[in-house]
Design a protein around this ligand. Structure first.
Ligand SMILES: [Zn+2]
Length: 331
C-alpha cells in the first residue's frame, strides 16, 4: 500500500543520506591554506612559556620558533603572523622600530630557516608601549598622525627584515595609505598589507592581553576601535582601506561579527580575513575542559562558520589542530 505522503515531491533528506553524497554537495570547505597561525615571540632562549589563559598556546623565544613552524608545516599551515613582546617598553614603543627588535630578529631567523614560510607581522605599538595604548599618548588621547609616523618606521623595518605582509592593527585613520606609501618609497612594493580594517573594541580580546602583555594601563581603546553595535561604519572602514591600497581586509573579532564578515565579503573584491580571537579560542577550550562540549567538533564547526560567512582566510590559534584534523580527512 502506498504511503499517504508519497506525493511529497521534494525530499532534501535524499542528499543527506550518507557520507558520500553529503561530501559531494557540501557548499563550504575548510582547507589548511585558509589558516594563519598567530605566534608570540619573547626575549631569551630555550623558552616555550605556556599562556595560562589560552591553553595549548605558548610564548616562544626566537630559537624555539623554527621547531614550532616545522610542526605547522607538517600539517600544511604555511603562514604565521608574529606578535612581539619586547625587552623593554617605553612611551613610544621605540623597541619595535629598529632592526634589532624582537619581531625583526624573529623574521630574519625564520626567513633563513624556512624560506617558503609566508611571514606576516602585526604592526602596532600596544605590545611595546608602557601605557599599553596603540599609539603616542598625550593627555589620555592617542595622537593619530604622530602614531602613523612610528607605524611607518615599524612596517618598513619588518619589510627590511623579511616580512611578506604587514598587518596594521591600530585602527588609526590613514594607516593603510601611510604604510603603503612608506613601503613603496623604501623599495618594498612587493610587500602586501592586510589591514585590520574593521576592528571592534571587544571584550573577546581578554586572554590575548595576557599573551602579549598589552593591556592599557589606563582607559580603554574605544576612542579608536569600533563600537560593537555599528554595522554601516564597518563598510566605511573597509571601503576606505580598499581605497588606501589594502590587499586584504580583516574583520576582528570573528564569531560575534559574522554578519559583518558577510557584509564586507559582499561589498569588496579583495580577499577578506577574519580573526578568530583569543576569547573565542579560550571559551571553547574552557567549555571542553569542563566536559561541556566536544572540543574538536566545536572547533571545526566554528571555523567553517567563518568560511560560510565569507572569510577567505582565518587567523586562528586552532590553525595547527584544525589542519591536523583536515589532514586526517575531516571535512
Ligand atoms: Zn594595538
Amino acid at each position: 500500500m502506498r504511503d499517504q505522503n508519497a506525493n511529497i515531491l521534494l525530499r532534501p533528506r535524499r542528499l543527506r543520506s550518507g557520507p558520500s553524497i553529503r561530501s559531494m554537495v557540501r557548499e563550504t570547505r575548510l582547507h589548511a591554506d585558509d589558516l594563519i597561525m598567530p605566534l608570540f615571540v619573547e626575549p631569551g632562549s630555550n623558552v616555550k612559556r605556556p599562556i595560562t589563559l589560552m591553553p595549548g598556546q605558548y610564548r616562544y623565544s626566537i630559537d624555539m620558533l623554527p621547531a614550532a613552524v616545522d610542526a605547522l608545516l607538517e600539517v600544511g599551515v604555511r603562514s604565521v603572523i608574529l606578535f612581539g613582546i619586547p625587552e623593554r617598553k617605553d612611551s613610544t614603543g621605540s623597541d619595535s622600530l629598529h632592526d634589532d627588535g624582537i619581531v625583526q630578529k624573529a623574521l630574519r631567523t625564520l626567513r633563513s630557516s624556512h624560506p617558503d614560510l609566508y611571514l606576516i607581522t602585526d604592526v602596532c605599538l600596544c605590545e611595546y608601549t608602557d601605557h599599553g595604548h596603540c599609539g603616542v599618548l598625550r593627555n589620555g588621547v592617542v595622537i593619530n598622525d604622530e602614531t602613523l609616523r612610528l607605524l611607518q618606521k615599524q612596517a618598513v623595518s619588518h619589510a627590511d627584515s623579511g616580512a611578506d605582509m604587514v598587518a596594521p592593527s591600530g585602527m588609526m585613520d590613514g594607516m593603510t595609505a601611510a604604510l603603503r606609501s612608506s613601503l613603496d618609497t623604501e623599495g618594498h612594493t612587493g610587500v602586501s598589507i592586510m589591514s585590520y580594517s574593521v576592528k571592534y573594541a571587544s571584550a573577546y580580546y581578554g586572554p590575548f592581553r595576557e599573551a602579549a602583555d598589552s593591556s592599557p594601563q589606563q582607559g580603554n581603546r574605544r576612542a579608536y576601535q569600533m563600537d560593537p553595535p555599528n554595522r554601516r561604519e564597518a563598510l566605511r572602514e573597509a571601503r576606505l582601506d580598499v581605497a588606501e591600497g589594502a590587499d586584504i581586509i580583516m574583520v576582528k573579532p570573528a564569531l560575534a561579527y559574522l554578519d559583518i564578515v558577510r557584509m564586507v565579503r559582499d561589498d569588496v573584491a579583495c580577499p577578506v580575513a577574519c580573526y578568530n580571537v583569543s576569547g573565542e579560542y579560550s571559551m571553547i577550550k574552557a567549555a571542553a575542559a569542563a566536559g561541556m562540549i566536544d572540543e574538536q567538533a566545536v572547533m571545526m564547526e566554528t571555523l567553517v562558520s567563518m568560511k560560510r560567512a565569507g572569510a577567505d582566510l582565518i587567523l586562528t590559534y586552532f590553525a595547527e589542530d584544525a589542519a591536523r584534523l583536515l589532514k586526517q580527512g575531516a571535512p
